[in-house]
Design a protein around this ligand. Structure first.
Ligand code: 16G
Ligand code: ZN
Length: 528
């Protein structure tokens, strides 16, 4: 490790005085102008992580659904997963190190994490369409090269595409080819195969309006659409040609405002969906004949997918277990429907994809979605092998179901939630089952709910347990919430400190919108 070179280059990416950051659920994220040093340092860290794991590591430059002025960075671990928690601490230390301490902090991390400095390192880099992203990804590259790491810069990619590339590269191409064409070919082949079996191929299933949040999703969907245009035609809105990234559009806007994005032309009962700024989240929606807006969020996506998977599993008659993983934000109706009607086991984890992903790995088939639309389905290696075997062997009906499952495995991004991949899975299921968007929506009725943000002096004074559903501190808060919840029917409420903003989030649901609103308000007063 040429530490003098590090010092020299580090001075070119100087840390603003007094800036203290933390590697959180979304990596580092803030105003782009303050991030240059973080990018350089994450380039350094990616090299150490690559040496330690003897694998390719990914670095993604994006701030997802944040405003265009922001940016951020996340490291991607060998199997396409989020960075291991122990290394999040190293990331935080390195990002906050003073210039004169850079050498010692790097040595310290190398020692603590047992990094063989002689080992080769390889890092792959992707970025979103923000104006600041290109320059910031150059700073990552500077960090990688100064430590002697090799790299490949994929340039513009969606976040899940970068996760896919990392996964492919570390599994000798078994998962797929680590190129953008490899990604398009793998997914579209599975999609085309899957939809071949759909007998309802009337026009109503064939077209979909997609709000791309004026982000990277538009570029990538444009590149990909000709691979599947026979089966599905996509009309892109907010494609970045005129509007501003995430401004009045995108999955986060639609989910949190419960209204359509600007610029979308919605006819009644037409299926529409929105991606977020880096295309790892998706929500669906439509206007009914009376002009009412209906949101179909991650919970309903999980329900559609798990019911489809459960039917296929019944047909092949294997005892593969399936589990659904949600967070405290999952609508109570969805949890009840999954447990009581569909009879699938449901688990709740803390907010943040890494927690859900981790839990979902415990099952043969683990379905995980956050209500905000981030999610995917994971198949264990054993389940995958079993399904691929059955797809070759069994009698007709079973083989057909196993073949479908095989295509579903290939269509889901096993590394991370992926708006493009999820969209294709959903479109295939709707076509195969002959379901309209209204029929899908009618699976269950969401309980009215309300989310509020509360600004407090120190949000860390609030700590939680039971997957964030119970407050442990400050003393008395949970008792106060319990008393408030008792005043309403079908009610539930919780508070948690945000991992991405300096606020406390309040969630409440109840039998009517008025009740949910007033419960949320009363809880936020109790927090304050
Ligand atoms: C991050 C998480 C997302 C979570 C959100 C919660 C990832 C990739 N992203 O964006 O899953 O829903 O944080 O934000 O893990 P909050 O802590 O501010 O509520
Ligand atoms: Zn995102």
């Amino acid at each position: 490790m040429d530490l003098d070179a590090v010092t020299k280059h580090s001075a070119l990416h100087a840390k603003p005085n007094g800036l203290i950051l933390q590697y959180g659920t979304a990596g580092f994220r803030m105003k782009a102008e303050h991030l240059d040093h973080v990018m350089f340092r994450m380039g350094l860290l990616a090299v150490l992580r690559s040496k330690h794991t003897k694998s390719t590591i990914g670095v993604m430059v994006t701030a997802s659904h944040n405003p265009e002025e922001d940016n951020g960075v996340k490291l991607v671990d060998p199997l396409g997963e989020m960075l291991a928690p122990s290394w999040e601490e190293h990331a935080t230390c390195l990002a906050n190190a003073e210039e004169e301490d850079m050498q010692s902090v790097l040595m310290d991390i190398s020692e603590k994490a047992v990094v063989d400095l002689q080992q080769d390192a390889f890092v792959v880099i992707g970025r979103d369409t923000r104006p600041s992203s290109q320059k910031l990804s150059q700073s990552v590259i500077d960090g990688v090269t100064v430590l002697g790491g090799q790299f490949h810069d994929y340039g513009l990619l969606t976040t899940p595409q970068l996760h896919y590339m990392v996964y492919c590269r570390n599994t000798n191409g078994q998962y797929g080819k680590a190129t953008i064409e490899g990604y398009y070919q793998k997914l579209s082949k599975a999609f085309v195969e899957l939809t071949k079996q759909a007998f309802c191929s009337g026009d109503e299933y064939r077209s979909l309006k997609v709000d791309c949040a004026n982000g990277i999703g538009a570029l990538k969907l444009r590149e990909m659409e000709h691979y599947f245009s026979q089966e599905l035609s996509v009309q892109l809105y907010n494609d970045g040609t005129t509007g501003k990234l995430n401004h009045l559009c995108g999955a986060d806007f639609v989910k949190s405002h419960q209204k359509p994005p600007q610029g979308m032309e919605m006819k009644s009962n037409e299926r529409c969906c929105s991606f977020d700024g880096d295309a790892d989240r998706i929500v669906y929606y439509y206007h009914d004949a009376d002009g009412h807006f209906h949101l179909i969020d991650g919970d309903k996506i999980a329900t559609l997918i798990s019911s489809f998977l459960k039917e296929l599993l019944l047909e092949i008659g294997e005892s593969l277990n399936i589990g659904v993983v949600q967070t405290a934000y999952a609508n109570g109706s969805s949890t009840r429907y999954l447990k009581e009607v569909m009879k699938v086991p449901v688990y709740c984890t803390k907010t943040g994809v890494k927690h859900l992903h981790h839990k979902a790995q415990e099952f043969d088939i683990g379905v995980y979605f956050e209500a905000n639309g981030h999610g995917t389905v994971l198949f264990s290696k054993a389940a995958e092998m079993k399904i691929r075997e059955l797809a070759k062997e069994l009698e007709d009906k079973k083989r057909k179901a196993a073949k479908m499952l095989e295509n579903v495995i290939d269509l889901f991004n096993q590394a991370a939630g992926d708006a493009i991949s999820d969209m294709l899975v959903i479109e295939a299921i709707l076509a195969l089952k002959g379901l309209t968007v209204q029929q899908w929506d009618a699976l269950y009725t969401d309980l009215p709910n309300r989310q509020l943000k509360v600004k407090v002096a120190d949000r860390q004074l609030i700590s939680t347990t039971d997957a964030e559903r119970q407050a442990v501190t400050p003393p008395g808060l949970q008792e106060a919430i319990n008393d408030l919840v008792k005043k309403y029917e079908l009610s539930r409420a919780f508070v948690r400190p945000s991992g991405t903003e300096d606020i406390v989030r309040v969630y409440a649901e109840a039998d009517s919108q008025e009740s949910a609103d007033s419960l949320a308000y009363e809880v936020s007063v109790a927090v304050f």
